[in-house]
Write a protein that binds this ligand. Structure first.
Ligand SMILES: Cc1cc2nc3c(=O)[nH]c(=O)nc-3n(C[C@H](O)[C@H](O)[C@H](O)COP(=O)(O)OP(=O)(O)OC[C@H]3O[C@@H](n4cnc5c(N)ncnc54)[C@H](O)[C@@H]3O)c2cc1C
Ligand code: SF4
Length: 332
């Protein structure tokens, strides 16, 4: 990595001021914990001329209860979120995901907003400038060929944030603010399947809060990930599940979402066909097939794509069996 390039640092104290600054310069970037952005700047893959530090912006660092649900401020840090025991009782998937992100030092600085807006990752991209130059760069930045799939014209870099799937299975929404106003969208709509441009939000929008809707309370949830180093690593595959137990020992609802395998966090389609069934071997086999069919891990990590495909399915199966046992759904 190189040393930090030159930039101007601003520390606004309100969201409105931050939004005005962000709109004022097309090269401006928001800085939250900096645990992803700063290494990327030192690799030369992010070159902002203006950094807008959110550290002093008021109103972004609390978890608050409201009639519509629970709001999580974008600047809530992962360590206190993971340590919040009443939050963990309600939404264990989010707590398990938060506590699995990076190492303790990172979690002390890293934020919810930064994790949801994390750049996609690839072994050909998260490299120093000289390494990428020696490989003639690539389609995502500075080059014209994807080294992972050279015959294609798209980037397959993987979205590898852990929080997104945990929030997606709870139908989370996000509040976005810019100098033109405020809007609220489903978290799922914040992403698209394109490793070079996976966020749908406008360049000048700030993610201010995440809402877990009140209806999500009824669900039992969890998160599991596979990683190369257990102490600290991005997911090779990560899976979140949320289930609502129903009468007669069967599931009334099932939501599954994955990370680390596609260019966007993937909400698994077709799970409604598994609702109303006992969680037995046949049902788990059907879930495994759904996962294997919809994930598309590419050669973006040093770990083989087929391993990541299979491990995603196994993680989903094991997690669902555990959740069904917790929810007293019939298992076999
Ligand atoms: C060694 C190492 C291991 C890691 N392991 C993991 C891991 O296991 N799982 C994982 O998910 N991540 C991991 N990370 C990445 C990173 O630490 C986390 O994703 C962290 O949560 C990022 O949050 P941050 O606040 O530091 O974001 P920053 O680095 O400050 O920002 C990340 C991006 O989000 C944008 N951004 C920040 N806040 C907002 C906002 N409010 N609105 C709009 N855009 C915003 C920034 O402009 C930037 O583009 C790892 C990083 C390192 C260095
Ligand atoms: S998937 Fe291809 S285009 Fe995308 S970062 Fe990797 S090598 Fe570059």
């Amino acid at each position: 990595m190189d040393s930090m390039p030159a930039f101007v640092l601003k520390r606004p104290t309100s969201v409105a001021e931050a939004a005005t600054l962000l709109a004022s310069d097309p090269q401006a970037r928001l800085l939250a914990g900096g645990t992803d952005l700063v290494p990327n700047m030192r690799r030369g893959i992010a070159r902002p001329t203006l950094l807008i530090d959110l550290a002093e912006v008021t109103g972004l660092d609390a978890v608050t209860l409201a009639p519509e649900g629970t709001w999580i401020g974008a600047r809530v840090r992962l360590a206190p979120l993971a340590a919040d025991t009443s939050f963990a009782l309600a939404w264990p998937a989010v707590t398990e995901a938060a506590s699995s992100i990076a190492g303790p030092g990172h979690r002390g600085a890293a934020t919810v907003g930064g994790n949801l807006c994390l750049d996609t990752r690839c072994v050909f991209y998260n490299q120093s400038e000289w390494w990428r130059a020696a490989n003639n760069y690539c389609l995502k930045l500075g080059g014209d060929t994807c080294h992972v799939a050279p015959q294609g014209a798209r980037c397959h870099a993987a979205f590898s944030g852990d929080l997104a799937p945990a929030l997606l299975v709870l139908d989370a929404e996000v509040e976005l603010v810019c100098s033109r106003g405020t809007r609220r969208i489903a978290l799922a709509d914040m992403y698209r399947d394109d490793g070079a441009a996976h966020l749908t939000i406008a360049r000048d929008e700030i993610l201010t809060r995440v809402l877990i809707p009140a209806g999500a309370n009824a669900r039992v949830s969890g998160y599991r990930k596979a990683r190369a180093r257990a102490a600290m690593d991005f997911p090779l595959a990560g899976v979140a599940c949320a289930v609502t137990p129903g009468d007669g020992g069967v599931l009334r609802s099932l939501r599954v979402a994955l990370t680390g395998t596609n260019a966007h966090p993937l909400v698994l389609a077709g799970t409604e066909a598994l609702v109303g069934r006992a969680v037995d071997d046949a049902m788990l086999a059907a879930l495994g097939k759904l996962v294997q069919k919809q994930v598309s891990p590419m050669r973006t990590t040093v770990t083989q794509s087929n391993y990541r495909r299979q491990v995603a399915a196994v993680l989903a199966q094991r997690l669902l069996r555990t959740l069904a046992q917790q929810a007293s759904v019939t298992t076999a």
